[in-house]
Design a protein around this ligand. Structure first.
Ligand code: ZN
Ligand code: MN
Length: 509
């Protein structure tokens, strides 16, 4: 018997609007003082009437377009009834049978996977608008529960996927891509740790035969794991749940219950209340709100949709030859605009310097590739590493794309060696100054005077006759030692390769 996991996801995204879903209260985060962004609508006072936030509708439609969904011409709101202290009206305004987005798809590349599951299609069943609930705060000291209504009525987009994932890694990879898409499209901050993106994952196991075909019709009952709030917990909770269900099937049992929670500290899922069925929620159309007309909004939003992460990665690869990994890091870090600006500078400079002869086309392509390699190395490892050390975001530094391009130019033309370039970069991050100036002020530039190098080497050889003899006797490794001394005495300004050549020349090698 072979069991494979069938996984689907439901994601709640907090939309990046000024105000809440159905009232004018500011859409604040958890840092706001308790119960300071509330009104009669979002606290569910009798007679209070909701009004749709048009910006939330716009962002929902934009999200749907970014997920390749169909936007119907009309959608409407429904009441989803349930009783809980964090839900002051006794119902949540949501969308049941006419959501704003249907039938989308996202293609993701799953790192380290073999064909055919290295590039997979994830179907998007639907996405709908709804309001968030308030937040219960359990106060142990007074043994009571307090309610913060700041979150009540915050605008949410709930995205439901098809059960297209076959491993926890696939689910995590999709969520990371979804986060990148939603941030790029300006729909949501999509921060999982802050609760701007919350995930429920459902999983069941399917028995398959030797031919990889299911041995049964339909799926086994799925178990839903609620409220996962980091990429890591999604991956861990699914892995745990798959193993737990496998264990049950092997004992001849079947998984019971429908909803489970995730205990991050214990690393275990645990049984929760029975999930309500659709009938329990008694959905019915929200009588206080008009249906939404979406055609015009969809048309406008289609024109506003920016380049999405997958297209950006492809463009970095196609235009400049960035590797797939480098492109993923740059786009994933939110460094696309900076990279584009840097490469634009370098490109302009390349074209103006390389116009002369017929082979210019090939030469240009070759130099472009070299520059991209140089740029991606200095961006993804050196600059990124420096920022991690300093615990800074790129936007917080004073580095401009123009200065960074000039910095790469200094390296490419051999005006500075790589060790000193690192020092220069650190100063650039701090001060934002022009790299050529920093180089001169701090004497970081490469020695360009051959006569000076000749003199340094001849002095050095004269001062160390024993080592010279040892080299003559075959201990050639000592040449590197001499190179080290040259670098030290020039404070790293000599070019190590030129130094080695000069040492060999003077030794007659
Ligand atoms: Zn309000
Ligand atoms: Mn929901």
């Amino acid at each position: 018997m072979r069991l494979i996991p069938i996984i689907g996801l439901e994601i709640h995204l907090r939309l990046k609007t000024q105000s809440k879903m159905f009232c004018a209260c500011p859409n604040v985060d958890d840092a706001a003082p308790i119960n300071t962004s509330i009104c009669h609508v979002c606290t569910g006072q009798p007679g209070a009437l909701p009004a749709v936030n048009q910006e939330a509708v716009r962002l929902g439609v934009r999200a749907g377009l970014a997920l390749n969904c169909r936007i119907p011409s009309e959608a409407h709101f429904d009441r989803k009834n349930y009783f809980y202290p964090d839900l002051p009206k006794g119902y949540q305004i949501s969308q049941f049978d006419h959501p704003i987005c249907i039938d989308g798809e996202v293609w993701i590349e799953v790192p380290g996977q073999e064909k055919p599951r290295d590039t997979i299609r994830i179907g998007i069943t639907r996405a709908h608008l709804e309001e968030d609930a308030a937040k219960n705060i359990h106060d142990g000291a007074s043994n009571s529960t307090l309610v913060d209504f700041n979150r009540a009525g915050a605008p949410l987009l709930e995205i439901v996927t098809e059960p297209d994932f076959r491993s926890p890694l696939e689910a995590k990879t999709f969520l990371q891509e979804l986060q990148a898409i939603m941030r790029t499209a300006g729909v949501s901050l999509a921060d999982m740790e802050k609760g701007y993106m919350r995930c429920d994952a459902n999983v069941s196991l399917l028995e398959i035969g030797e031919d990889n075909m299911p041995l049964q019709a339909g799926y086994n009952p799925k178990i839903e794991i609620k409220n996962l709030n980091s990429f890591r917990s999604v991956e861990r909770a699914l892995a745990y749940e798959i193993e737990r269900q496998e264990g049950l099937y092997k004992k001849g049992e079947t998984p019971q219950g429908a909803t489970r929670g995730w205990d991050e500290n214990q690393g275990q899922t645990f049984e929760q209340r029975l999930k309500e069925t659709f009938a329990d929620y008694r959905y019915f159309p929200e009588p206080d709100l008009q249906p939404l007309a979406l055609e015009k909004i969809a048309q406008e939003e289609r024109g506003r949709l920016p380049e999405l992460p997958a297209a950006s990665r492809k463009r970095l690869h196609d235009e400049w030859g960035f590797s797939a990994d480098d492109a993923r890091v740059l786009v994933g870090n939110g460094w696309l605009d900076f990279t584009d600006a840097v490469m634009g500078e370098l490109g302009g400079w390349l074209e103006s310097s390389d116009r002369s002869d017929k082979s210019a086309g090939d030469l240009l392509a070759e130099r472009k590739m070299k520059l991209a390699k140089l740029a991606s190395g200095w961006l993804t490892s050196k600059l990124a590493g420096l920022l991690v050390q300093k615990n800074m975001a790129l936007a917080e530094t004073k580095i401009s794309p123009e200065n960074f391009a000039e910095f790469l130019h200094l390296i490419e033309t051999g005006k500075i060696n790589s060790a000193n370039a690192q020092k220069l970069l650190a100063i650039m991050v701090e001060t934002g100054k022009d790299p050529s100036h920093i180089m001169e002020e701090n004497h970081l530039g490469q020695m360009s005077d051959p006569a000076a190098l000749t003199k340094i080497v001849s002095d050095l050889l004269a001062q160390n006759p024993d080592q010279v003899k040892e080299i003559a006797g075959g201990k050639v490794a000592l040449i590197k030692w001499f190179v080290g001394v040259v670098m030290k005495s020039t404070e790293g300004r000599a070019n190590p390769e030129s130094a080695e050549q000069e040492i060999k020349r003077q030794l007659g090698m």
